[in-house]
Write a new protein. Structure first.
Length: 173
């Protein structure tokens, strides 16, 4: 069954006054969170064959840390559209990526509130309700929502939220 992985970038730094939002780097906490998240994804068999990533520095750094664990061949699309997109924009990027040579697992590395809004919108009736309630409370940095469903069901209420991974809930690795 195809999977959609919505990964919010790891914690970023606000330490440089005047730095443009798109240029903010990851903080030390962001760097520490990613090994735990990636361990959980790899243990869960999540290996995307296509990744869409925002062009913001913090998402590119999150991707670089993810690629230490996701070593298989994959298509990677870096796009400013993912930086600027709201939930509908991310949904359109996902639909475009799954229309022709559809991946088995598509990952999007992006930003809130778009990630949270898209995750809530996609969750269908067979979703993990506890995971959905956690997303509605907060979609923290480096959190990952994993959905499954046919790509033709990539619409509001059309996917099954399988799992929601939050770094602070994971053991050190």
């Amino acid at each position: 069954m195809p999977k959609l992985v919505l990964m919010r970038h790891a914690k970023s730094s606000w330490g440089t006054p005047g730095l443009a939002d798109i240029d903010r780097p990851l903080s030390p906490r962001g760097h520490r969170a990613m090994p735990r998240v990636m361990h959980a994804l790899v243990q869960g068999g999540i290996f995307p064959d296509h990744i869409i990533c925002s062009t913001a520095l913090r998402t590119r750094q999150t991707l670089a840390l993810a690629l230490a664990s996701w070593t298989a061949d994959m298509r990677i699309d870096m796009t400013r559209d993912a930086y600027e997109a709201d939930a509908n924009g991310l949904l359109e990027l996902a639909r475009a990526a799954t229309s022709d040579d559809a991946p088995q697992t598509l990952a999007i590395i992006g930003h809130n509130t778009a990630m949270e809004d898209l995750a809530i919108a996609l969750a269908g009736p067979n979703s993990d309700n506890a995971a959905l309630e956690r997303i509605k409370m907060k979609y923290p940095t480096a959190a990952v929502a994993i959905f499954d469903g046919e790509w033709s069901s990539l619409k509001a209420g059309g996917m099954r939220l399988e799992r929601f991974i939050v770094p602070r809930e994971l053991p050190e690795v």
